[in-house]
Design a protein around this ligand. Structure first.
Ligand SMILES: Nc1ncnc2c1ncn2[C@@H]1O[C@H](COP(=O)(O)OP(=O)(O)OP(=O)(O)O)[C@@H](O)[C@H]1O
Ligand SMILES: [Mg+2]
Length: 266
């Protein structure tokens, strides 16, 4: 994919069954890796009321999507620049509109269209679980990047998450990112453990997109409110985020190629 070429953007969502497993951390640093590679990248934080992607960039958006819905600002006012990445926050804090998922979804569709028109990649950072906004995000995405950590509760929650979505769409394009991995072997084992369950009960397999090491530099980066990929991190972190980003770019190219073939056939 040529960053400057006119093409359909690639939208993907980071999702999980359980909270606090690193969805936002992954969204921020995969986005930053894509930006460093020259792609126009945006993050849409749909954790309505508990948004924290902007905090991870030390950015304080003056307006959120719910402000726009209440006519307090223009659509362009909710798009905030975080040193080259466009950030959109659905709601900074809980309010009368944060539970109106029907209205939120209508607004988010317009926001996503606006981001898609001007970016190569849009990352949708979701809250944990299977609420309406998660299902909306998956529906609009071409990849559901599931965060998995080496804990029985994470494995069983991710399994239930996938079972539910694959029950609706058996071909939904999921891929696993193992977070907080002690080593690449440990990450491969967690992925394998998860896939054994998925194969047995769901008769399918979910590929791996890569892993994120358990790292004090990552914890530090969160305290410093700077993406770790902006902090000249150790080689392993740089290598693993690049690996994940390259996998996403390859998938985007493949889907673009298929779309092109399909439109040529028509
Ligand atoms: N690879 C890692 N190494 C060390 N600490 C990590 C790593 N990934 C995440 N963390 C820690 O876990 C915390 C939670 O991460 P994050 O906010 O990205 O999770 P989340 O899945 O988005 O949570 P929520 O479900 O609340 O949205 C971080 O603040 C950080 O302290
Ligand atoms: Mg989060």
């Amino acid at each position: 994919m040529n960053p400057s070429a006119k093409h359909k953007p690639f939208i993907f969502a980071t999702v999980s069954g359980k909270g606090g497993v690193g969805k936002s951390l992954a969204s921020v640093n995969i986005a930053e890796t894509l930006r460093l590679l020259g792609y126009r990248t945006a993050i849409l934080d749909v954790d309505a009321g508990m948004a924290n992607v902007a905090t991870m960039f030390n950015v304080y958006p003056p307006y959120s999507v719910t402000d726009w819905m209440e006519d307090k600002c223009r659509l362009t006012d909710v798009m905030v620049d975080a040193d080259g990445i466009t950030l959109v926050t659905t709601a900074n804090e809980p309010g009368p509109l944060t539970d109106r998922h029907d209205l939120l979804i209508q607004a988010l569709d317009q926001v996503l269209d606006a981001l898609a028109a001007t970016h190569d990649f849009v990352v949708i950072d979701t809250p944990a679980g299977l609420g309406e906004l998660n299902l909306w995000a998956l529906d609009r995405s071409r990849l559901g990047a599931i965060m998995l950590v080496d804990e029985p509760t994470s494995v069983s929650d991710v399994y239930r998450f996938c079972k539910y979505v694959l029950g609706i769409d058996p071909t939904y394009p999921f891929a696993v990112i193992v977070n907080m991995a002690e080593s690449d072997e440990a990450a491969a084992q967690v992925h394998e453990k998860f896939n054994t369950i998925v194969k047995y009960f769901l008769q399918t397999e979910i590929p791996s997109m890569g892993y994120i090491p358990l790292s004090n530099t990552i914890r530090d980066s969160i305290r410093k409110q700077t993406p770790v990929m902006r902090m000249d991190p150790e080689e392993e972190l740089e290598r693993e985020f690049s690996f994940i980003a390259q996998n996403i770019i390859a998938l985007a190219r493949e889907m673009q190629r298929r779309d092109l073939q399909r439109s040529n056939v028509k």
